[in-house]
Design a protein around this ligand. Structure first.
Ligand SMILES: Cc1ncc(COP(=O)(O)O)c(C=O)c1O
Length: 507
């Protein structure tokens, strides 16, 4: 007689228990939203303190739900950084939309696998609708374009470069490998984000074969130098395949001359990729869109919803002009345990075959619901406002005798530095050789002090040789008073550091 296993229900929560726990989590979220503005953006924690508090032992027996909720509350309010705080303007990190957070709960609850259409019919079609909409309606790519969501900009650029490599190598590189042909050349500017260079490494192109083309005074790629680098490489037997143009550089928010780069790619038969991980959503803003003229000629574009669509971490996106090339770059002939009967079914695309991930979550829902909840117009208005706030900060830095604006504001990025009034450009010390070295040291320490202080939170850029403070607003909660606060805190902490650090020779 076969022994019938008894049910094991430990993990099988009923709807009532699920609701109670979810309500507990929602209460913490509500409290977070209520208190957010009054919380410090960050605190000066050290690693051991946080580790001791959050890395608790995994119990053998269940932890009671009220204890878990208390643990989550402590984690939330005592040991978390708030990237959605109105005074967080560091790096490029979107504030996280409220409807996006709620949608993420449902996406997890549904637990669809967008690797296969049959496992995620709505999930797949929503992801495809989003990528098609952005590719065609926003970037102006033709019918047939579309793409996929990714974990972020690094993967979005990587996928685009993989499609580019396979389309432009000229041999069956997927099968025969990079060693079966000449070295491949990839062209970026000195301002291009390092993920493209790492992508070249991951694709076997080799980071040494990435040419970092010089930029002009405004940090835009020099197209004449680009053409020269391609010609030089061809003469040396290298096979150029693609150019990565910047649609908003990470340091200064500059958009490369996309039309001119598109011309180069046309003339040289190269793949035209735009890394618009940061800037892409600025296409929704009427006043910023003209900067991106030429993007509609791209073969691929990377852009990050978790940056300037403000959606919760993490979610990037890659779109390609021709979805068929993306399928060809990732599909495998046959997966023995995934049989698809095309004759007896009417199923759509399996995204797990069109991109590197096989199993994939319902990453699109938080992005899609955010767009539905706010609409295109509100997005455009807010993105435009972020850029206006950045210009306001730049203008305030410029008029101040304690700050210097280091370069014109690009999109929503402002680069400036603290300069004690008696060291200002018009001051007695202007032009002294030690002055710049000291200002680098001072601003370097100042950035760290600002981050440890936690009332405001900016990051840095290094422009040429100069270390500067950098604010990037991809935050729908930030307003002018938060820009003022950044300068106030930087001035207060900068003055203290100046007393401590200034060398005798500059006193
Ligand atoms: C222009 C650009 N490309 C790529 C990336 C990498 O994106 P992610 O951090 O989402 O992987 C960034 C990040 O700031 C970026 O600004």
């Amino acid at each position: 007689m076969v022994e019938r296993p008894e049910p094991v229900r430990d993990l099988d929560w009923d709807a009532k228990r699920a609701r109670a726990f979810t309500d507990g989590v929602a209460d913490i979220y509500e409290e977070l939203l209520t208190r957010l503005r009054d919380l410090p953006v960050s605190r000066g924690w050290g690693v051991q303190e946080v580790r001791d508090a959050v890395a608790i032992p995994v119990p053998d027996e269940p932890m009671p739900e009220d204890e878990i909720l208390e643990y989550l509350r402590t984690m939330t309010f005592d040991y978390s950084g708030y990237l959605g705080h109105p005074r967080f303007y560091a790096y490029i990190s979107g504030a996280g939309t409220v409807p996006g957070a709620a949608a993420d709960l449902l996406a997890s609850g549904l637990n669809m696998n967008t690797g296969g259409w049959r496992l995620a019919p709505s999930g797949t079609e929503i992801e495809l609708a989003f990528t098609r909409w952005f590719a065609q309606q926003i970037f102006g790519l033709p019918v047939g374009s579309g793409g996929a969501l990714t974990s972020g900009g690094a993967m979005a650029n990587f996928i685009a470069l993989k499609v580019a490599r396979d389309a432009k190598a000229g041999w069956d590189i997927r099968k025969d490998g990079v060693g079966a042909g000449p070295a491949l050349g990839l062209y970026v500017s000195t301002e291009t984000h390092i993920v493209s260079i790492r992508g070249a490494d991951m694709l076997g192109i080799g980071s040494g074969n990435v040419r970092k083309v010089a930029v002009d005074d405004g940090y835009r790629i020099r197209v004449d130098e680009l053409r020269a680098a391609i010609a030089e490489d061809r003469a040396a037997g290298i096979h150029p395949i693609a150019v990565v143009a910047n649609g908003g550089t990470v340091s200064t928010g500059v958009v490369d001359p996309l039309e001119e780069i598109a011309d180069v790619c046309r003339d040289e038969d190269l793949w035209f990729h735009v890394d618009a991980a940061y800037g892409g959503p600025a296409m929704l803003a009427d006043d910023l869109r003209p900067l991106f003229a030429g993007i509609e000629r791209a073969d691929s574009v990377a852009f990050d919803p978790h940056k300037w669509l403000y959606t919760p971490q993490s979610g990037g996106c890659v779109v390609v002009r021709d979805m068929e090339l993306m399928r060809r770059a990732f599909d495998v002939d046959y997966v023995a345990y995934v049989v698809k009967d095309e004759e007896h079914t009417d199923w759509g695309i399996d995204l797990g075959r069109n991109s590197p991930n096989f199993s994939r979550g319902f990453w699109a829902l938080k992005v899609w619901v955010s767009l539905l909840a706010h609409g295109r117009t509100a997005y455009g208005r807010r993105i435009s406002h972020d850029a206006a706030l950045a210009r306001y900060l730049g203008a305030r830095a410029e008029e101040s005798d304690e700050f210097e604006l280091m370069t014109p504001v690009g999109l929503s990025i402002t680069c400036f530095r603290y300069v004690p009034a008696d060291l200002s450009a018009s001051g007695a010390r202007a032009g002294e050789p030690d002055r710049d070295a000291y200002l680098d040291l001072l601003n370097n320490r100042l950035m760290t002090e600002i981050q440890l202080d936690g009332r405001v939170y900016c990051s840095n850029a290094v422009l040429g040789e100069s270390f500067c403070l950098r604010s990037c607003i991809v935050n729908y909660r930030t307003e002018a008073e938060d820009m003022d606060a950044l300068l106030d805190v930087a001035s207060e902490l900068g003055a203290k550091l100046d007393v401590e650090l200034r060398p005798q020779a500059l006193r």
